[in-house]
Design a protein around this ligand. Sequence first.
Ligand code: FES
Length: 155
Amino acid sequence: MKIEDDPLIAIGEVAQRSGVKASALRFYESLGLIEAVRSSSGHRRYHRSCLRRIAFIVFAQRVGFTLEEIAGQLSSLPNRHVPTGGDWQKMSRLWQKRLDERIAELQRLRHGLNQCIGCGCLSMKTCMFANPGDLCAQNGPGPRRWLGDEMPVAQ
Ligand code: FES
């Protein structure tokens, strides 16, 4: 579909349909993530296909991409026609690795919420076995187990 054939809708309708507040839409626009055209009265109008871009932005953030990364990904989409399934398919390859990492992270969270997470607190009974003397700190900051580290080996 040519971009000229893509219907224009008002910001309120975009906000309602996307579930993203108008203020956030304006913020996305200021970052160049989405584009508005001005009506003769000066009001913002968005192409309807923008809803897909917005859904992409929202979920890309949930997956863990930064807005800068998202902008980089969206810049590969064509601007002379409404992105096709093939255009989106190319972008989805970028997500695969991040999704795999995120899934592994979430699985560790699910399985380890009530166990030692290697955060350095040493506040749970299991810490003295799982992280004696905070050995996990050898690998860097943060909850090392949730970050994917194996049990540290005492030297
Ligand atoms: S839960 Fe924090 S070091 Fe074990």
